[in-house]
Ligand binder design. Sequence first.
Ligand code: GLN
Length: 241
Amino acid sequence: MNPLTLVHLYPREMNIYGDTGNVVVLRRRLEWRGLPVQVVPVSVGDRLPTAADVLLGGGGQDAAQGEIGADFASRGPTLRAMADDGVVVLAICGTYQMLGHEFVTVDGERIEGVGVLDVVTRGERERLIGNNAVDTADTLGAGRLVGYENHSGMTTLGPAAAPLGRTSTGRGNNGRDGTEGAVRGNVIGTYLHGPVLAKSPRFADELLRRALARRGEPVDLAPLDDTLPELAARVAVGRPR
Ligand code: GLN
């Protein structure tokens, strides 16, 4: 079997609150099952391997998003083609915002998005901060996702975007409509840091299952001992915001 290729977008600029951990979790969950995997970092100016099975991008400060903005926008046609082709994408916070149409920061700077997700984001003075849990029973069927949000960008979903889930404990996309994240096919955007996959093992396996199925190599993923990630999720959810 060819290794599953995980492409890590902008590992230096877009990595706050441990988001690189999502790449580590996917890699380790494959290795623990004896499945081959390779991780390809892609930074400004690097070629994006179109043979990617999973694309992962983390959160970043507004300034970091500005730094990579032009490079990210120039990849729009490639990213849209990959999304249409069913590549699995996990975009956290800043990368989620940039997969939308645009992000206008609180200072009025417009960072162009690539329009993979039908969402727009506006920076506001208030920040939404704290642990958060999202129920995906009706969307991904991947259980409860647990993570940590910290953003001042408020995201609104357009008609072509479905929410990743609903949040009751946290603030989610905008603190107003109870939605968290967005999904389109295998593209998933969310505000959950932490890293989210370390506290949401069912979700991690759902991403792997989708990536393997897309290659026509559906594999029964052997169960792993998830006692620790599940404990970490319970502790995070039990903490006051
Ligand atoms: N700069 C963006 C915001 O505050 C994203 C922050 C993040 O990735 N945590 O909305």
